[in-house]
Ligand binder design. Structure first.
Ligand code: HEC
Length: 458
């Protein structure tokens, strides 16, 4: 039936010969015409690893979903599509960011595709793949790097900031850069200090290719080890309270436990059926909790690697989890905009509280060290503070300049560091919620960007 309709419309005519540019008379195809342009000119900054402006172009669906400011394509209306307006420089910043404008023929092809209705890959057409060309199209000079991760050192004297291929150690009081730890494969998406402050695990990797954890010896600023094993990006790392293990959660659906001292892979925890975004050790080190795209939180026994049980209340991806400092409760949140707290027993967990906490996906969760406040950031560009027991709101810092993808509370409970997609970092005073430092640009690009770290972004 379906085939008959397409046959009648002539849409199943053999498309064996791949032609790059469609003749003007023919409607451009997404897979054949549009995708190669985006892949070659945009993907370096709009991949799922480096989603600048919140926009990912690895598939038709992701492109149509849009970026941090919403949809970028209005089917049928190229002149009203923000992607086109930005390519033409009518909306700033002009795309491709920092590069030469798209050649006129490619621009008109994109416009023709949108004006014709911006259709996705036709049925039966091979799904597009972003992979083959990615390694060759890194931008020459990465522009301002998004902040992928933040972590105060256990003595509170340093703030580790994870960016594109680099970790910086900042003095959280002055914003001064104390050290730069370089050589990471891609964006550093997660950071974990060992409790003694001697080592820092920095994780990330290349999408669809490899996860990477670098263990830094902090005092000497030298690389102690690089741990490879996952086959996709790592989204979260945690160090065990005894300082012996690192746990990593990857897009490859696996969790791994590593021996920090030897770098050996101790165990692989396998039970999630989709990407794992968050991992945390209980304060006593006996349990590990993980949150995943499969909408579950799983609780594991660290000593045996056994999955103890699954918490399945979430209605969408779980992107963030956190244990309260006493270990009495576990908080989980994600794309269903809801924060849930659980009490964890031996054989099951019980839901304590559940609130629709935000207007968009929750990105991060953190408890204050006294366990009284639960802090969340979300894609609605807010940071919210709640009573940890009741989840009643206490304070909101809205109008954040961009998504706050990284949060860290200082060990003395006085400061909250927030890192954003736009590359900025701020430190807030938790006594009065005033900004004490920033916003500063943590990773100053080599050219064309504000000089000096103290310059406010906007
Ligand atoms: C070198 C990096 C880089 C490249 C290459 C690049 N962009 Fe961007 N793009 C960015 C940054 C950074 C932003 C966020 C700008 C802002 O909001 O200030 C952005 C934002 C956007 C947005 C707006 C997203 C939103 O919702 O706000 C669109 C649309 C866009 N880019 C399209 C493109 C297209 C199309 C190409 C390829 C022809 C491209 N970009 C290439 C860095 C890049």
């Amino acid at each position: 039936m379906l085939a008959a309709i397409f046959l009648a419309a002539g849409m199943l005519s053999p498309k064996v010969v791949a032609i790059r540019a469609a003749p003007a008379s023919q409607t451009p195809s997404f897979s054949r015409d549009v995708f190669p342009i985006l892949r070659d000119n945009c993907m370096a900054c709009h991949s799922s690893a480096v989603k600048m402006g919140g926009l990912v172009m690895e598939s038709y669906d992701m492109l149509m979903k849009g970026g941090k400011d919403g949809q970028v394509i209005v089917p049928g209306k190229a002149a009203e599509s923000r992607m086109i307006l930005m390519l033409e420089g009518k909306v700033k910043p002009q795309m491709p960011f920092g590069g030469n404008p798209l050649p006129a023929d490619q621009l008109s092809l994109l416009k023709a595709w949108i004006d014709s209705g911006a259709a996705g890959p036709a049925p039966g057409e091979a799904p597009v793949s972003a992979q083959p060309n990615i390694p060759n199209i890194k931008p020459e000079v990465p522009v301002v790097s998004p902040i992928g991760s933040l972590a105060f050192s256990p003595d509170g004297k340093m703030l580790a900031v994870g960016g594109y291929q680099e970790v910086e150690l900042l003095d959280p009081a002055s914003g001064k850069v104390l050290a730069a730890l370089k050589g990471h494969a891609d964006l550093v998406r997660s950071l974990a200090w060992t409790p003694d402050g001697r080592r820092l695990a920095a994780a990330g990797g290349l999408p669809q290719r490899a996860g990477e954890i670098k263990i830094w010896d902090v005092a000497s600023r030298t690389l102690s080890k690089t741990l490879n094993g996952h086959t996709d990006c790592i989204y979260s790392v945690a160090a065990s309270p005894d300082g012996k293990l690192v746990a990593s959660a990857s897009y490859d659906k696996l969790i791994k436990l590593w021996d920090i001292e030897t770098g050996a892979e101790v165990r692989t925890l396998k039970d999630h059926i989709d990407a794992v975004f968050a991992v945390a050790f209980s304060p006593d080190g006996k349990r590990l909790a993980s949150g995943a795209q499969d909408r579950t939180v799983k609780i594991w026994d660290v000593a045996t690697g056994e999955r103890l049980y699954t918490l399945s209340e979430a209605l969408d991806s779980v992107t963030a989890i956190a244990f309260s400092p006493s270990g009495a409760q576990l908080a989980a949140a994600g794309a269903d905009k809801t924060i849930r707290t659980y009490a964890l027993g031996e054989k099951s967990g019980s839901l304590l509280e559940s609130v629709i906490a935000d207007e968009d996906t929750i990105l991060e969760l953190a408890y204050t060290p006294d366990g009284k406040t639960l802090i969340s950031s979300s894609a609605d560009r807010s940071i919210r503070f709640r009573d940890a027991a009741t989840l009643f709101p206490k304070k909101v810092l809205d109008n954040q300049p961009d998504w706050v993808e990284a949060l860290s509370v200082s060990p003395d409970g006085k400061w909250l560091a927030a890192g954003r997609y736009d590359g900025s970092v701020s430190v807030y005073n938790l006594a009065n919620y005033e900004q004490a430092l920033g916003p500063l640009v943590a990773f100053v690009p080599a050219t064309g960007a504000p000089k000096g770290r103290e310059s406010a972004l906007r």
